[in-house]
Design a protein around this ligand. Sequence first.
Ligand code: MRU
Length: 355
Amino acid sequence: MPHQTGAENVHAIQYHQHTLILLDQRKLPHEETYLHFKNASGIATAITDMVVRGAPAIGISAAFGIALEARLQINLPALNLRDAFTVLAASRPTAVNLFWALKKMKEAMNDCASLNMSEQVAFLEETAHTILNDDIKNNHIMGDLGASLIDSGSQVYTHCNAGALATGGYGTALGVIRSAHAQKKITHVYAGETRPWLQGARLTAWELMADNIPVTLSCEGAAGQLLRQGSVKWIIVGADRVSSNGDVANKIGTYNLAVLAKYHDVKVMVVAPSSTFDLSIESGDLIPIEARDEHEVTHIQGIQMAPKACPAINPSFDITPRELIAAIVCEQGIILEPNKEKIMAMLGNTEKESR
Ligand code: MRU
């Protein structure tokens, strides 16, 4: 049963009257601005520019991008969505949910090819809605599964934002935190601020405060000292891509936390729907890591912090090796101490079915 919380009111992605409406996450928490989109290239730019972010949310938005582009072609003799698929696929490289959703839309296109144009467009819109609704359903399932691993009275730490804003709703890591808090198992959440985009400070703190879940912000460098004090029991994060051996790509800084967690005997839980697994990739070393503009590191809100011309690195994600992960929670079940055998046993068939 979905828990009735403030999360129910956070809608980062809405589709009304053949328009995709995205909450501009760059402006949160101080401004709630909604941007309207009617074509694929606008949505691709919104993904690249971080209007919408978070692996599942990126995939859902791209699916609506395909449906919208189809609607623009409703009076043509046939659909030609090749450019739409290309521009959306180029919007961000790491989150596999994007490519998963585009594959679902391509399959839907093939499935409805014999229908008339308005039926094809309606079918693609319906498929995008199904991707959105299934994501929310899966988040509630994962919320309860993940909560079952947490003991009463626990404090937890989360990184970046894997909440309602990053998904269709409710969240993956924050879904577990919401469910466990509703079950009175979590007493306190620490949110890492997450440089350089501050998803933890701007988005996770905002979501948890809206739900009256006690949250304290921590700058990244404070995590070691915090874990050393011994009250944090779990680090709970989302993922952008999980390779078939259980390595996890997630927001830059996740790996640091997992190494610290190992030293301090804190467990790491990764919460990710099956759409985040890439079983075609053997290990995390093969996951493409997005390198974003160095200005995101050298500047803060347009103001230069580093000396002029100082070079900076800005990898958006890192790889946490499976050995550092206590559990991966997916809607199909919990994988403790993940490895290839366990992942294939749980998800191998899902992959084949979707081919
Ligand atoms: O760069 P972002 O904000 O898209 O990165 C988001 C993350 O790394 C999340 O942890 C991940 O996508 C999971 S969201 C449920």
